[in-house]
Each structure stands twice: as C-alpha cells, then as structure tokens.
Design a binder for this molecule. Structure first.
Ligand code: FDA
Length: 309
C-alpha cells in the first residue's frame, strides 16, 4: 500500500516541487545520489574504482516531454564520457540510460528520436572504450525499449538491457536474450503494473527472479545480477557454479548507498561487482522509488524534510 502510494507520488508535480527544493546534500538524497554535477559523478566513480568496484552511471531524468531537454541529456552523457575517459576511468565504468530521458516519451516519433540519441551515446561510449546499458522503465515501454536495443546492438553489440522479474513475460524475454554477447541486467522491477502483466506478491516476484536467473546463467550471454536480496545473491552464486561459469562471465550489481558492506564483501570474495551511481538534479523520481522499496527509508526521509534548512 505504502509502496503504491509512494510510486504514485513520484508522478505528482506538487510534491515533486516541494521535495526537489531540498538540497542534494540533505541526508536521504545524499545517501542514494552521488551529487548534482559531473564532477560529483567522476569523484564518486573514482572512489568506487579505487575500492575495487565497477560502476554504471545514470544521469538522472526521465519522462522527458521536451526535445531540447532530451538533447541536453545526450550532451550530459557525452560530457560525462569525455570526463571519465580523461580520468582513465572507462575500463571500470559504463553508463546506464533511460530512454524516456532521451526522447522515447515524445509524441509522434519519440521512439526514432530515442534510438538516434541512444546511438550517439553508445558511439561516444565506444570511442571512450566502454559501453551502455538501457534501463527498463514502466511496463508500457518494454516492447519499444527492446526494439531500440535490437537496433542498437547491430552497431554496438555490447549494449545491455534490463529485464524485470515482476513481469510475467520476463522469463520468456530472458530466454530470448540469453544469447552470445548479450548483456542482461536482471532486477525485480521498481514500478507498478497491473496484475494482468505483473506478479503482485513479493514471493512470486522472487520465484520469477530465480527462474529468470536460471535461464540467464544457463545461456550464452553475460548475466548482471542486480539485487540486494541476500537469498537471491546466494542462489546466483550457486547457479554460476552449477553452470560452470568462470569468474568474470557474470557480475553482481547494487545501487549506490544500498548495502555498502555487501558490495565490499562480494568484491573481496573475488566477484565482479558494479555499483549503479545516479547523479544530476532530476533526482526526485529515483528517490521516490528507493523510498518505496524500503519502509525504513521513509522515516529517514521524513527526518531529512523536517531538518531541511
Ligand atoms: P528487495 O526490494 O526485496 O530488497 C532486498 C533487501 O535489500 C532489503 O531487505 C534491504 O535490506 C535492501 N534494500 C533494497 N532496496 C533498498 C533501498 N532502496 N534502501 C535500503 N535498502 C534496500 N528497476 C527497474 O525497474 N529498472 C531498472 O532499470 C533498474 N535498474 C537497477 C539497477 C541496479 C544495479 C539495481 C540494483 C536495481 C535496479 N532496479 C531497476 C531496481 C530494482 O528493480 C529493485 O527495485 C531494487 O533493486 C530493490 O529490489 P531488491 O532486488 O534489492 O530486493
């Protein structure tokens, strides 16, 4: 119930306006977001890479209804990639892109614009010696996102996708994408969707995650296990062993600020671990999804609002 309400609030302009006036440095925002500027993003990446972790950077923003805003997002990614390359960080850092931030939601030919923009970012990533992963958003965008991924992978085969186990279609999508060279990040899913397309019960989402993971681990692709769930992390390790996967043929992914001790523990155990690092001033929607995932975060959030200067 709380989760659904918070996810609904993530679309409220009034609440967004009030909350977005909080400084990014305030407790709850700083916990989940690296900062607002590209300098903050590079600094956070540099720190994580020094700790033996890999990084995927997300320039925050989504549901863009303005073509100029979409172009500005592309420019932000190009600058980020230039800065990461200059700092010698592109061996350890890739970028994550939300297609709705680069034009997918624009009326008319949004899908074509998003593909063009994704190509520009993927080309810049390739020039910098790294790659891109397309985040997955609301369930209504999945066919469009997978179609853009197919196009993009013709020129940039290392472009990755995200699949969400709360969706009933996820297992079939995992089988389709478990082919050689295919990078698939498997997560539970951070949005709401009706029962007709999505499991509503947490245990069903978790069981679906295991079935999807089995398909990815048994396949020819590169699974990216994106979860903080201790049980699923353990199962992923067992499945990797059962499928004779060599170290480096899969990786774990966790969010910036979530279970940092587990991030370090996995890396110390010799696993490849990538941290998803969001930055930028459009942090509202992202923050609301993080609050929705864990009721304890809401109390932390309330304290941040009450103490805001
Ligand atoms: P679950 O929510 O069951 O949490 C398991 C445990 O992890 C909790 O008990 C708690 O200890 C800890 N935890 C989880 N979330 C927390 C939080 N916000 N704060 C504090 N502790 C927390 N989703 C999506 O729809 N599209 C996408 O593209 C992505 N991309 C993505 C990338 C990466 C690297 C990750 C890790 C996750 C995503 N997600 C995502 C989000 C994902 O769908 C999901 O909402 C969160 O990962 C939470 O689910 P868990 O699997 O962690 O399990």
């Amino acid at each position: 119930m709380l989760r659904r309400s918070l996810l609904m609030l993530s679309h409220s302009d009034t609440v967004k306006h009030a909350v977005s006036s909080m400084p990014v440095s305030s407790g709850i925002v700083a916990r989940f977001v690296a900062g607002e500027s590209v300098d903050h993003a590079v600094e956070a990446t540099s720190q994580l890479v020094r700790e033996g972790l890999l990084v995927s950077l997300d320039h925050l923003g989504e549901d863009t209804r303005d073509v100029h805003q979409a172009q500005a997002t592309v420019e932000a990614y190009l600058l980020l990639l230039e800065r990461l390359a200059a700092a010698g960080l592109t061996r350890g850092a890739e970028v994550s892109v939300k297609l709705s931030a680069v034009g997918q939601a624009l009326p008319g030919d949004g899908e074509r614009i998003a593909l063009e923009h994704a190509r520009k970012i993927a080309q810049a990533a390739s020039n910098a010696g790294t790659t891109v992963t397309l985040d997955m958003e609301d369930h209504t965008t999945i066919d469009s996102t997978l179609s853009i991924l197919r196009e993009l992978r013709q020129d940039f085969p290392s472009a990755g996708a995200v699949l969400q186990s709360y969706l009933r279609r996820c297992e079939a999508d995992c089988r389709d994408l478990a082919c050689a060279g295919s990078r698939v990040r498997l997560c539970k899913g951070a949005y709401t969707a009706p029962e007709s397309v999505a499991y509503q019960d947490k245990s069903e989402v978790d069981l679906s995650y295991v079935r999807c993971l089995k398909a990815l681990m048994a396949g020819q692709g590169y699974p990216m296990v994106a979860t903080h769930d201790p049980r699923l992390i353990k199962i992923a390790g067992s499945l990797a062993t059962r499928n004779d996967r060599a170290p480096g043929s899969y990786e774990y992914q966790l969010l910036f600020g979530v279970r940092p001790e587990e991030q370090k523990r996995l890396a110390a155990a010799g696993e490849r671990v990538r941290i998803y690092v969001p930055y930028g001033d459009e942090w509202y929607g992202y923050l609301m999804r993080r609050l929705a995932e864990r009721p304890a975060n809401v109390a932390f959030f309330a304290r941040s609002v009450l103490t805001k200067s």
